[in-house]
Design a protein around this ligand. Structure first.
Ligand code: UTP
Length: 413
């Protein structure tokens, strides 16, 4: 990097009040200096300013109301027609899958990209393998192969790439699988200063699953998809072994109804279940997190006894590219969490905090729904489509996912 570029970065840091990042600069070797400067270049300073200016952005003032859900019962009469419409679109290559796999899976504590987790007991069976099989099952008989875009982060990109290569993409056509990296967000001290994990690197973490569309745009992949005739994206989490990707009926229902987006939901087992509930927020589709639901809202019922906020999201969404692109410039809320993040102190010593010392910032995917006027909220049957792996044991763990997979497919993993 030239002297002029270094000077520009220093000026920027001074303006943003982040000069502490240059504290150890003069003691670094050339390669370390380059590493630090490159990381600083990729910092989203707008995100930091926005987060520090509105620390309460998540608990924003909102009017929360119920949203109409197309229940399984309501789907029955239309199912055949929607399936035909969806299969036609899949056959014409109009839909691609986007698998969000850039998370760190901290609750599970698995050392590697979550998609590379071996779910099998009697044989090897990996999460990525299961998801690709789920796509194949849905698109069987369709003329086109569904393109698959996998979002990684700098932390797990290489490991994901090598894993898929080593397993020959589990037989899925290699030219139909594309990896792209999401952006990273720095961890901040409680007064908004970027923390460092070494004299030549920042404390960085993936910036949440809500940045997927912008990351695809920046990578030039939206243009590529459009050139290939892709119109719809089925955006899903990586960690649900029953994830129903490329479901022709859901796609057909969205196309048929003229929607710009859709969300799969399940009926919650109880009002206390810890999943985000689909709702209208200030008259737009949205998700209210379980932590945000007041007791009054949790327990509110319709006259027929059903709960008003009965349906939780499964992280399986449809987005029409043309409609989403038009909203790509909108400002998304930043979700902040105060966490313990090991970092350097002013003297350059590594400290492992005993109390939360850092703000982590993330964008959430469901906030994108709010940019739309309407959303197809589509119920699916929990036992058919929802078996997430979030925790080491207990609820939503490897054990529960294996049992649910076995119950659905009759196969011991
Ligand atoms: P979660 O919110 O469950 O996060 O992600 P996680 O990283 O898997 O697990 P914890 O919370 O650290 O324990 C839901 C989906 O969003 C993806 C995850 O990979 C998962 O598929 N995700 C999450 C990203 O792609 N990027 C992120 O920055 C965060």
């Amino acid at each position: 990097m030239s002297e002029t570029q270094i000077q520009e970065i220093k000026t920027k840091l001074a303006k943003e009040g982040q000069m502490q990042l240059m504290r150890f600069f003069d003691q670094l070797g050339e390669a370390e200096k380059e590493n630090l400067l490159r990381q600083i270049e990729h910092v989203d300073f707008d995100m930091i300013r926005h987060a520090m200016a509105s620390p309460a952005s998540v608990s924003r003032e909102s009017l929360i109301e119920p949203i109409h859900t197309v229940t399984v019962k309501e789907q029955e009469a239309q199912q055949k027609r929607w399936e035909k419409v969806g299969r036609e679109a899949l056959s014409q290559g109009k839909a691609a899958a986007v698998i969000l796999a850039g998370g760190q899976g901290t609750r599970l504590g698995f050392n590697g990209p979550k998609g590379t987790l071996n779910v099998g007991i009697t044989k090897e069976k990996y999460l990525f393998e299961i998801l690709l099989e789920n796509i194949r099952r849905n698109t069987k008989g369709c003329e086109a192969v569904m393109p698959v875009y996998i979002m990684t982060s700098v932390v797990n990109h290489e490991a994901t790439e090598q894993f898929l290569k080593a397993h020959d993409c589990f037989g899925y056509p290699k030219d139909k699988i594309h990896l792209f990296k999401q952006d990273m967000a720095p961890a901040l001290s409680l007064n908004g200063k970027i923390l460092m994990e070494s004299p030549s690197s920042l404390c960085l973490a993936p910036n949440g699953n809500g940045g997927w569309f912008r990351s695809l745009l920046r990578a030039g992949l939206i243009e590529e998809m459009k050139a290939d005739g892709v119109e719809w994206l089925n955006v899903v989490s990586v960690d649900n072994v029953l994830q129903n990707i490329g479901d022709p009926v859901f796609l057909g229902a969205a196309i048929d109804g003229g929607f710009g987006c859709g969300a799969k939901v399940i009926s919650k087992v109880s009002p206390d279940e810890r999943v985000g509930a689909i709702c209208l927020r200030n008259h737009h589709p949205s998700v209210v997190e379980y932590t945000e639901l007041t007791d009054e809202m949790r327990l509110a019922r319709r006259e027929n006894g059903e709960y008003l906020y009965q349906f939780g999201v499964t992280l399986n969404y449809l987005f029409k590219i043309a409609d989403t692109e038009a909203k790509a410039g909108h400002t998304m809320p930043i979700h902040q969490a105060v966490k313990k993040v090991p970092c350097l102190d002013e003297a350059g010593n590594m400290i492992v905090p005993e109390e939360p010392n850092a703000i982590k910032m993330e964008y959430f995917i469901f906030d994108i729904l709010e940019f739309f006027d309407d959303c197809l909220v589509y119920e699916c049957i929990r036992e058919d489509e929802f078996a997430p792996i979030k925790n080491k044991s207990g609820v939503d763990s490897l054990d529960t996912a294996r049992d649910l997979y076995q119950a659905k497919f009759g196969q011991v993993l």
